[in-house]
Design a protein around this ligand. Structure first.
Ligand code: NOJ
Length: 521
């Protein structure tokens, strides 16, 4: 486990939309370099960049045409190396996005794989043995290639599935996971990882990490073996490199070698019921909605076993949002977000902040889809740096040339206006992240224990190391006797080291005002 992860707080940058320095309407690597001090000012000491590789951009770069070449719209490979170097000088690590499950249909491997004559890449993708032989249970394409076969898709039509083999084989064209051609796919991914790691990259966020071997078993053991093998390579050759999975099943992902696994928004899971449970009947039931009246029990029922069963292997990563999910401002106001963020950044594991969430950027539900974004496009709009500058200071291009239009609402937030408002989200985000760096008890691997949580009650009290943290997202004051807080010694000092709203633990009771959050030592 790379030690630096224990105190890491990541900032996710969607490169298209961060800062455009050459006036073409789209963000670039130079823009990220220029804003490293800003990232640092938030307390973030690591970046995750969405794919920056050469691509036809039918899925915003998750359709890779050349894994070893930076897309010209972002700059050059040398610019990326410069970004690694400049970031390192400021104590910031940089993760790239590895897309191992599929490539673009324009990747050279795929073009070769489509040829009728057998070659080195014929089995790099999953093909059937006839143009009229489809694939049950998976999307596939036939009739497009010279080759007499259909190929499997991994996501959109532009993303043919790479071949790591099939575990439970029922068809003659399915290949075993230990077939030399399937092993070659794995080795090709390792080669790409080595290429960037040796240039200064600090690791990878791994796209659809559970999607490698097809017809895998329930716990994805065959896909897991591939990650174990890759992790072994990292441990031997790049022991400081971090591997973070898009899997959202830490009980599998962390055992197979990932250092951290995202807790993603899946309807009804623990993360969803905290922030995003707006689709259930009868209003928004999210715990952090001030008027939801929900207890933390639904969250804990999902989270606790995930934490208990995976903590010895790695970390769960809480996110404020990501490029696939509606921004939290769609349903939460700033008072709700402050309590929610305070919780997110004091939980165990390695947390992530999505660009713009520190100022409460909005989800733009009216923007037209861009590069396969569809409803995700609303969370991918240009960063709002300065409300006094054209395009919020994102780009000097004319508004119609911007990658995605900027938020044109009257109350659109910006970094400049947030900096001038002492009550704005950005200051709260900075203060909680600063505290996390100051107290090792708040960092990734210090213990987590629930001290108080009950059905039909709003209060959540938990311990991180020797600190006691309490949350009341509701609109009414809550009180609990100190002796009902399991595990808090009677002589616990109860000095407040961080507070939102009113909170007191000095007497025999814990008293929390409406919408409050407090850390006691
Ligand atoms: C998950 C990524 O986060 C998403 O943006 C992408 O479209 C799919 N994987 C396919 O790569």
């Amino acid at each position: 486990m790379p030690k630096w992860l224990n105190d890491a707080v990541f900032y996710e940058i969607y490169p298209q939309s961060f800062l455009d320095t050459n006036g073409d309407g789209i963000g670039d690597l130079e823009g990220i370099i220029q804003k490293l001090d800003y990232v640092k000012s938030l307390g973030c000491n690591a970046l995750w960049l969405n794919p920056i590789y050469d691509s036809p951009f039918k899925d915003a770069g998750y359709d890779v045409r050349d894994y070893k070449k930076v897309a010209p719209r972002y700059g050059t490979n040398d610019d990326l190396v410069r970004l690694f170097d400049e970031a390192h000088k400021k104590g910031i690590k940089v993760l790239l996005d590895l897309v191992p499950g599929h490539t673009s249909e324009e990747h050279e491997w795929f073009k070769k794989s489509c040829e009728a004559d057998k070659n080195e890449f014929s089995n790099r993708y999953i093909w059937t043995n006839g143009a009229f032989c489809g694939i049950a249970g998976h999307p596939y394409i036939g009739g497009e290639a010279e080759r007499d076969g259909c190929y499997m898709l991994n996501f959109f039509k532009c993303q043919p599935a790479l071949n790591y083999g099939v575990l439970n084989r029922t068809e003659p064209w399915q290949m075993a996971t230990d077939d030399p051609d399937c092993i070659a796919t794995r080795e090709a991914m390792k080669d790409i990882m080595r290429f960037w790691l040796s240039k200064g990259c600090d690791g990878f966020r791994v796209d659809m990490a559970d999607s490698l071997v097809k017809e895998d078993d329930e716990v994805k053991s065959a896909t897991g073996k591939i990650w174990e093998n890759i992790r072994q390579m990292l441990d031997e050759e790049f022991p400081e490199a971090a591997l973070v999975s898009e899997w959202s099943n830490p009980e599998c992902a962390l055992k197979y070698g990932f250092h951290a696994d995202f807790y993603l928004d899946h309807h009804g899971n623990g993360y969803n019921v905290l922030f995003r449970d707006g689709e259930t009947e009868g209003g928004d039931h999210s715990y952090f909605k001030k008027d939801s009246n929900e207890s933390p029990m639904r969250f804990l029922a999902d989270y606790q076993h995930k934490y208990d069963n995976s903590k010895e292997y790695g970390h769960i990563s809480f996110i404020s949002c990501n490029h696939d999910t509606p921004r939290l401002t769609k349903t939460m106001d700033v008072s709700e977000l402050k309590i929610g963020y305070a919780f997110l950044y004091t939980m165990p594991g390695v947390p992530f902040l999505y660009y713009g969430d520190e100022i409460g950027m909005k989800y733009l539900d009216k923007v037209k889809t861009k590069e396969g974004g569809f409803q995700r496009t609303g969370s991918r709009s240009p960063m709002q740096w300065d409300d006094k500058a054209a395009n919020f200071g994102f780009s000097t291009a004319s508004a119609d040339k911007l990658y995605i239009p900027v938020d044109d609402s009257k109350d659109a937030p910006s970094v400049a206006s947030a900096e001038n408002d002492p009550d704005s989200l950005i200051h709260m985000v900075r203060s909680i992240i600063a505290l996390r760096h100051e107290y090792t008890d708040l960092q990734a691997d210090s213990d987590f224990e629930v001290l108080y949580a009950k059905e039909n009650e709003r209060l959540l009290v938990y311990r991180r190391g020797s600190l006691v943290i309490s949350v009341n997202p509701g609109e009414a004051e809550v009180k609990v006797s100190k002796k009902d807080l399991a595990g808090v010694p009677s002589d616990f000092k109860g000095d407040l080291i961080y507070g939102i709203g009113s909170a007191d633990l000095n007497g025999d009771e814990l008293v929390l005002g409406k919408q409050s959050f407090a850390i006691f030592e």
